[in-house]
Design a protein around this ligand. Sequence first.
Ligand code: CP
Length: 357
Amino acid sequence: MNFRHLIDYNDISGEDWAMLIDLANDIKKSPNRYTSECKTKVMATLFYEPSTRTQLSFQTAMLRLGGQVIGFSDPKNSSIAKGESLRDTIKIVSGYADITVIRNPIEGAAYAASLYSTVPVINAGDGSHLHPTQTMTDMYTIVREKGRYENLTIGFCGDLANGRTVHSLAKAFSYYKNNTLYFISTEALRLPQYIINLLSDSGNKIYIVDSLEEHIAAFDILYMTRIQRERFGSVEEYEAQSGIYILNSEKLKQAKDDLLIMHPLPKTDEISFEVDDDPRSKYFEQAENGLYIRMALILLLCENYGYKITPPVYPMPQRRFCSNARCISNHERYLPEKIKRSGSGSLCEYCENTVLN
Ligand code: CP
């Protein structure tokens, strides 16, 4: 296996992904074979943001593998409330747990955590940036339902600016070719440019559009998303964007009989309740699939336990700061400068979609 932490779905090679799918299928088919696989292991779940599916499915996954779980779901109940840094929190948790799952509202937080952790770190969502285990859940569901990752027409609809599940899933399709991807949103909630650039270079066709109705007939998969209320600066800004895209039975009359309707959940008003009963809706199965693929991920990462890390050395040279106010490097100022090349430019390695000052 070629990855030690899971920060971005695109860290996983094709071979490792195939192995994870096989393992998840076997766990789903024969769960009793796996009940003691992690019986000496402890998983820490550090949730700085609310969660139902990700937190509970990770906890259930470890319990079903025979392991134990520690952690918090509200940082106010931890020493973070007293001002403890992410670095110190992670160093301490590394001494208690064999694997750490972290959700944080700041972009790049999981990657920053991985720099200081002696145990595997799994990104359970870092602000508006990425949500790789949701992408594993989505890609696992797609291959089970459609049997392929190429020659698909997919509509992504909703809050494409702030929705980390869309960012991760769209990036995942840059691995594959010959897909037609429609990104449906208002002008204010378009997909970040760095992901459009990545996809444009990958041999897939991309359309940035406003209307769901105009294109729904073409889709093999429709990935609906919630307008991310918690990412807006004011109630007024959120209300200006909510209620614009609503999937209902009327619109689905135009869609293919074998359309796969997905949603990372939670949903609010973007899918009418009657659509839940449409056999094409698979979002509840999708959420359940997340349990099996997370069990597979925990198993593989725990098997690789025991590696050494090379944390940043201090004092470090003066660094430049990311221009994205929501980047972890602006919140935890001791972090080292991290820049990666992308096409002809440079990206901040923590949050990706920014330039440096
Ligand atoms: N899909 C997802 O991340 O759901 P939760 O926020 O409930 O974990």
